[in-house]
Design a protein around this ligand. Sequence first.
Ligand SMILES: Cc1ncc(COP(=O)(O)O)c(C=O)c1O
Length: 344
Amino acid sequence: MRETTRDFTRYYNPELHGELRLDTNTNVLGSNPAAEKYLRENSWNLNGYPNTYSDGLRQALAELYGLETDNIIAGNGSDEMLDVVFKTFTNMGDNSVVPVPSYTLYDYFVKLNGGKVNEVDLTEDFQLDVDGIVRSDAKVAIMPSPNNPTGNCFRRKDIEEILSRFDGIVVVDEAYTEYADESFVRRVEEFDNLIVLRTFSKAYAMAALRIGYAVTNKSLADMMLCVKIPYSLNMVSEGAAIAAVKDQEFIRRSVAMVKEQRPKLDAGLRKLGFETFPSDSNFILARSPVDHKVLVDGLKQRGVLIRDFGAKRRTENCVRTTVGTEKDNRLLLEKAEEVISGCR
Ligand SMILES: Cc1ncc(COP(=O)(O)O)c(C=O)c1O
């Protein structure tokens, strides 16, 4: 096995028995209705290749943001875009800056591409250590805002400062940005080093179809397009994504539901003894009042899946749960209370 990947282990792949899934931060309202309608009403010539670079979707997104098609790269989930970033901008052995805690797969994509990870811890209140990042001898600095798993946005002025002082590519991963009020997506031509990543897997409710994209200035976009695997976004997913972009009402409704339910879930968790952290996204990180593993396993036995971060540095004894519908959250809180009282 290749030396740089020998210590890899398999990714999260829970055995499912019909549990309520609050572990992946997808949209709890269910499949995207415009995408579903598109799939119901269309058929495809399966013998033909999709458009090489998903030009139809790139055009629809350019219209949505007031940008040009050549500002956008589309592919098989934002995970593919992460891979393309490191493939395009790092050489074997180069460092990339990854904040701790943040998205677990950053580490994987850096190493997959022969790079090394420079971990820079977030501050006590889970904000960026701007000086630590800027001082890093690295080619790429990556940060999700809102951050996964902590849920909060990073301060805009901190990201702007990193963009101006860091000597390399800055990737702002906006997987959950629909739930927050801020985005860098319309500002990509202002900077020579900004790449914004977006996904159809979360608020758009289309994780099954695997669609993500990067937005950047035309010069960096061209480099990434040359590296990306041609045809990596299939024709069916591309069509469904174009349909979904045109139905912004569903996104507004989904975000409104999260904003209504989030404070109620937060209060419910606190009442059970959890320490919760402020969230700008569709999930909440919370420190469990009982052992994290006992809680997550106990909830799974009772039909509710949440994600365990309790064994990781900086999120000791913490779990992360998606904000569900009123009914989902009630079930989660009820089952959590059962597990917690069983520990006393
Ligand atoms: C911060 C962040 N970035 C990227 C992704 C991956 O998204 P996709 O499904 O588009 O590959 C996730 C998924 O959980 C995420 O949390």
